[in-house]
Design a protein around this ligand. Structure first.
Ligand SMILES: NC(=O)c1ccc[n+]([C@@H]2O[C@H](COP(=O)([O-])OP(=O)(O)OC[C@H]3O[C@@H](n4cnc5c(N)ncnc54)[C@H](OP(=O)(O)O)[C@@H]3O)[C@@H](O)[C@H]2O)c1
Length: 328
């Protein structure tokens, strides 16, 4: 059984710890490391992990660790991924994988070189929702998807890691990536043109934005993202012969309703999704299955999709003049 370890003991690390505890018949909740040993010990104790470590280096030096889940703040993802890969560990890292596409590309290259798996924990992609969306679009009854609209907002602009660029602040890389992912789940091709506006806080972090995208296949997306107000999570994938309306939360949708045909607006079908559990179970299973099959890429979490989203985010930030300190 694969030994999973968690690097950091913050909010999302706690959720992953609970997930791994609930999956202990499939994977081994092995170790947790935090900068502070008491925090690592507390989280490991709460969820029955075998070991805890003070400091991340000690965890990476343990030869029994197979997979490292990285739950640190996003400016640190690149350095934590690199250290884990160099220590010979497979990596599942929280979204956004890195601050920009160039960082991600070089880390995917390093993972390939070392024969290790590197995947972004964009859990939405692994949920039954994503499969249902793809299947509905692929069966062709609705025609080609032409327009994706999405709105999502959370009142969280005062949280330091959202407010401060040095901690990876900004709406785009924190929750905007879910809107970009949704658009990329539905639409094919590269994002060839971006437009839009953002509002920055006094520190320069983007806290609210209105985004326009054009994909190389000719489709468009219109996305509104706020980190300063609790906007309803709603999305639609509009096709030539009908549409799919999606009920939030947009990271793990509760339902999607298919409206079919031309000349009628009657819903054809509503699919509801079971959102019990943490929602991280499918991504853990997807990584474990990929490794069991000897793969170095998780099919549900492909590098190309991480890069597609990060390139769009790069282009939007370039348009707005939003940069992170020390970004390279
Ligand atoms: N998938 C999801 O649904 C989801 C939801 C929320 C967040 N996230 C992602 O998860 C990541 C962490 O978010 P979070 O909400 O868990 O944040 P958080 O509670 O603030 O935890 C972040 C962790 O980063 C670590 N860290 C290491 N060096 C740090 C430094 N110099 N300053 C601050 N923190 C430092 C800390 O680890 P130690 O414990 O070792 O001190 C801290 O516990 C972000 O990249 C975010 O995008 C994902």
């Amino acid at each position: 059984m694969l030994n999973f370890a968690i690097l950091s003991a913050g909010n999302i690390a706690g959720r992953m710890a609970r997930t791994l505890d609930s999956l202990r018949e499939e994977v081994q909740p092995y170790a947790i490391a935090a900068r502070d040993s008491a925090r690592a010990q507390a989280l490991a104790g709460r969820y029955g992990f075998a070991k805890s470590f003070a400091g991340y280096e000690a965890l990476l030096a343990d030869p029994a660790v197979d997979v490292v889940y990285i739950g640190s703040i996003h400016p640190l993802h690149a350095q934590h991924i690199r250290a884990a890969l160099l220590a010979g560990k497979h990596v599942l890292c929280e979204k956004p994988l890195t601050l920009n596409a160039a960082q991600a590309q070089s880390l995917f290259a390093l993972a390939r070189e070392r024969g290790l798996l590197l995947a972004e924990a964009m859990w939405t992609r692994t949920l039954p929702f994503a499969q249902a969306l793809r299947k509905t679009l692929a069966d062709g009854r609705l025609g080609a998807p032409r327009l994706v609209t999405a709105v999502l907002g959370e009142a969280m602009a005062d949280i330091p890691r959202i407010a401060q660029p040095a901690l990876g602040g900004g709406a785009l890389l924190d929750i905007g990536v879910y809107a970009l992912t949704l658009a990329c789940l539905a639409l094919e091709g590269d994002v060839e043109r971006v437009g839009g506006v953002c509002v920055q806080n006094g520190l320069g972090a983007d806290i609210e934005e209105s985004i326009s995208l054009r994909f190389s296949g000719g489709a468009c997306a219109s996305l509104a993202v706020s980190a300063r107000c609790a906007a309803p999570h709603r999305a639609a994938v509009c096709c030539g012969g009908g549409r799919i309306e999606i009920d939030g939360p947009l990271w793990s949708p509760a339902a999607m309703t298919v409206y079919g045909g031309t000349g009628t607006d009657a819903p054809r079908e509503t699919i509801r999704f079971d959102n019990t559990g943490t929602g991280f179970e499918p991504e853990v299973r997807a990584v474990a299955a990929a490794l069991a099959a000897g793969r170095t890429e998780c099919p549900a979490l492909p590098a190309a999709e991480t890069l597609r989203v990060l390139r769009a985010a790069d282009a939007l930030r370039a348009l707005w003049g939003v940069r992170y300190p020390g970004e390279a």
